[in-house]
Ligand binder design. Sequence first.
Ligand code: ASP
Length: 361
Amino acid sequence: MTGRVYPDPPPFGAPKFAKTEKNVFAARTMSASLPRIRILATGGTIAGAQTGDRARGYRAGAFSVEALIAAVPQLAALAALEVEPVAAIGSQDMDDATWLRLAARTQAAADDSAITGVVITHGTDTMEETAFFLNLVVRTAKPIVLVGAMRPATAMSADGPMNLYNAVAVAADPAAVGRGALVVANDEIHFAREITKTNTTQVGTFRSGHRGLAGLVNNGRLHLYGPPVRRHTTASEFTLAGISALPRVDIIYAHAGMDRKLIDAAVQAGARGLVLAGVGDGNAGSLALRAAAEAAAAGIAVVRSSRTGGGVVERNIETDDDTSGFIAADELNPQKSRVLLMLGLTCTADPRVLQEYFFSY
Ligand code: ASP
């Protein structure tokens, strides 16, 4: 890909008055009465640059968050901002090690008594997984708000600036306290547990199908709905204390004509847990289910989720979970089931206890 050299800052169009970045930050830190928000940067399309003026291709994480902030001077009236880089990746490259580092940095920010809330800039592809992970491992009632964009910073009608502005507004608002990790996009506020990405390119890609939105945010004004229903953050039992690696959990996508080979390969690869992205109500053909039952008998946790994108996977409907030792995913989609199973496996391999986690989180 032939790169283009981008000026830094600003990607979204020049601020209305000339200020150096340094001055902007100095001015913000002097406004002692404003809430203080720490922005943890991980990359994504929100910081992405097209490879040319009209190019459809772009590189995620090309801009610094300072450049993004400098392009939204209205942020200065909302909050005093601090920026900490954690990664500069497209979120398709998000991995366990980065999750562990990000969780530690989020916890450190939340534990800082000067900080009102945390904003995390992140790619949209795996944002729901990171949000759910943080929702389960960070002990704080302070707002943790993930934000991204579907259009790169250099695109016509980029969605990043308003998303960032709204995310900071949510993180700074006392009404957002105690709601776990949130995602702000397209004027909507989503709970980490409920959100999923549903469209490859549209700015309205995120949906919270089962239990609905956490609220709306219009130009920084919040309209919050009910609280989250399941355990999170301060009420979570999962801790990363002493954990330097997470157990391997693989997702197996079910389909017509499925055999057992991918399940056997995952077991061979050392998986301690498997999530079946099952057809329909978490189903799979008999060859695959036999392999999954053998894995469960060997002590590997097997969760039945669904590839349908909605609905509850209940126990013992078309599959005898009791006999096979399987776990039903309840409302969690396969990628979020994987997150919960990874954390659950840091505590136990007992499928009955793991099943309770899926009913509680
Ligand atoms: N691939 C990008 C990412 O997840 C897409 C985006 O941010 O919208 O980082």
